[in-house]
Design a protein around this ligand. Sequence first.
Ligand SMILES: [Zn+2]
Length: 113
Amino acid sequence: MLRKRIETVSMGETAADIAVLDARRMRNKSYMRRWRANAKRRDRERVRRVARYSELKSLAARPESQKTDHEGTEGVCMICRRRPPVREITRLRVCESAPGGFEKVLIPYCGEC
Ligand SMILES: [Zn+2]
């Protein structure tokens, strides 16, 4: 499998910080892999995802005048949803009509989480 490391190194980060971050990412990745190996969890996740996508679709379809100031994805990192974004990163999103089952989406990212 081809693995691509996403560079999130900012000024002042030491090799030890990077190693800690890498270790955490690998732990999270293997945890999620084990979590998804359970068919019940996978099915539940699929149901939730489909519901969430259609909810977002209906929100996006509303006229601008009905949207509140706090709504929407601009202004915060899409991973921690707390810090302001410094750049966009590519993430894979499940898409059943795409050839590999996934499509790439660009999301705002703070560079820290
Ligand atoms: Zn973040």
